[in-house]
Design a protein around this ligand. Structure first.
Ligand code: SAM
Length: 471
């Protein structure tokens, strides 16, 4: 039997099934013990994170007053580490050809009726121009796994195309990449192509369910998939993004495993995950969520977000348009730091190929435009940010974590967020959004230190003259 070892790079050691069940049994035993729960909450108040075992105890705790304290603390930690900034991005689907058999995803190879499409570089250009015209600066590239249709060369060429497009005042400044697990050599090439974060959702950490849900293709190999982040980090990619697809397996075990994965990366490579995403299973072509037994109710979903914020305070938390406005509104307060807006999950969806049949991956619940999302954020006093400057300035991996852990990322991010918001308002916003934005900018500027105000004003003047340099 394999042993738990967070320093090992073997999936069976760092996501050790015995450790997961031991943790859940321990959590069941102590989750309603007031002394234990308060002890953990006190530790959490130091805002330095919790271990997977401590977090599991809080997750299973059913005491309403403790849960209220967990939510309050998550809000405080969010404020301390990230302030009121929310980073915006959009997914860009390059190709939905796929050789895998993921039973929850309509791109699986045996789906004969979904419209398959792989964009040409010209089509990618049209998509990126459409995204730039919305005001986006940061993309998450998505593609099915298909060695012939979507080889790494295609992904690399597409990244190059995307970074190269400068349309009007638009530019994509950070390309995050969500493609299938691959070799160290291919991760090296992605790193050399200047990707931002390498994102790979684990789907489920439970090996048995993983193998059942992935019956075919390279993704069927649990170890290959689970050890992918180790290969990516060894290849030099410093920012990696984790996530599980909630709904495939029981949430408590997924939550514990996700934190074990984060602890493993931090212990071995000096930097935990740059981001954690919290996707929940959505209906899609031929996919009914009712066919899956582990649907995650809203209240527990929100508690998981709050506990992730408390457990890994320095990790960005991402929520996509899989969730609707109401849940996103609550999740933002509890710790989410990045959201997508104006998203399409079909291949070629932004440049309106209306005549084409649907190629989308799943149904989204937030169909608002980016402008609507930006205005909605500001109406709740969040500062929408299009900033990519940490990445542009090399504040990645361990360096980013070191600044973030000292709660000093504010010093960099707040002025940069305001500058990129101003850029958005001047170039892309509707008059109504602009009016709200200008009021918010004024209020936020007033909160800055004298030095920050001076630097920001100088950069805003350069922005007006078209001379500001963004990273
Ligand atoms: N091919 C890459 C891979 O295998 O990791 C990228 C996958 S896909 C483009 C991005 C993610 O969408 C998947 O990792 C999965 O978690 C999620 N996804 C797939 N089907 C979904 C569904 N029905 N509802 C919500 N998310 C889904």
């Amino acid at each position: 039997m394999e042993k738990y070892d967070l320093m090992s790079d073997k999936a069976q050691n760092f996501i050790n099934p015995q450790e997961v069940s031991f943790t859940l049994n321990y959590a069941k035993r102590y989750c309603n013990d007031p002394f234990m729960v308060n002890f953990i909450l006190d530790k959490a108040r130091a805002q330095k994170g919790l271990t997977h075992t401590e977090a599991a105890v809080l997750l299973l705790c059913e005491d309403e007053s403790i849960n209220a304290q967990i939510f309050r603390l998550a809000e405080q930690i969010k404020e301390a580490y990230y302030g009121n900034r929310i980073v915006l991005f959009a997914p860009l689907y390059l190709s939905n050809y796929c050789v895998n058999g993921c039973t929850y995803c309509p791109y699986h190879s045996q789906n004969q009726h979904i419209f398959r499409k792989k964009m040409t570089q010209e089509e990618i250009k049209a998509e990126v121009i459409a995204l730039q015209d919305m005001g986006h600066k940061r993309l998450a590239l998505e593609a099915g796994e298909h060695p012939i249709m979507n080889p790494l060369e295609y992904i690399l060429e597409s990244i190059d195309t995307i970074y190269g497009i400068k349309h009007k005042s638009g530019a994509i400044r950070r390309v995050n990449v969500n493609i299938a697990a691959t070799t160290i050599e291919e991760y090296r090439r992605l790193h050399a192509a200047k990707i931002g974060t390498y994102i790979l959702f684990q789907e489920t950490y439970n090996k048995e369910d993983y193998e059942r849900l992935h019956p075919r293709g390279p993704k069927a190999n649990y170890e290959w998939h689970t050890e992918a982040m180790d290969r990516a980090m060894r290849a030099g990619i410093e920012d990696v993004g984790l996530g599980v697809l909630f709904g495939l397996h029981n949430y408590a075990s997924e939550f514990v495993s996700l934190l074990m994965h984060a602890e493993h990366l931090e212990a071995l490579y000096g930097a935990g995950p740059h981001t954690i995403s919290v996707p929940r299973l959505c209906p899609a072509d031929g996919i009914k969520t009712a066919d899956f037994e582990n649907a995650l109710p809203d209240e527990i979903f929100l508690k998981i977000i709050a506990l992730l914020r408390i457990s890994v305070p320095y990790t960005g938390l991402i929520i996509s348009t899989r969730e609707g406005q109401r849940i996103r509104e609550k999740a933002l307060r509890l710790g989410i730091s990045q959201i997508s807006g104006g998203s399409k999950t079909s291949v070629g969806g932004y440049a309106t190929h209306e005549a084409e049949p649907d190629s989308s991956q799943f149904e989204i619940s937030d169909n608002r435009s980016l402008d609507d999302v930006v205005r909605w954020l500001m109406e709740q006093n969040h500062v929408p940010s299009f900033c990519t400057s940490c990445y542009g300035n090399g504040r990645v991996g361990e360096d980013f974590m070191a600044i973030c852990k000292k709660q000093q990322i504010h010093n960099f991010c707040t002025p940069n967020a305001l500058l990129t918001l101003k850029e958005y308002l001047d170039n892309y916003a509707t008059p109504e959004t602009k009016a709200i934005g200008e009021r918010l900018l004024k209020a936020e500027k007033a909160k800055l230190s004298t030095n920050q105000k001076r630097v920001l004003q100088k950069r805003m003047n350069l922005l007006k003259e078209g001379k500001v340099v963004f990273f």
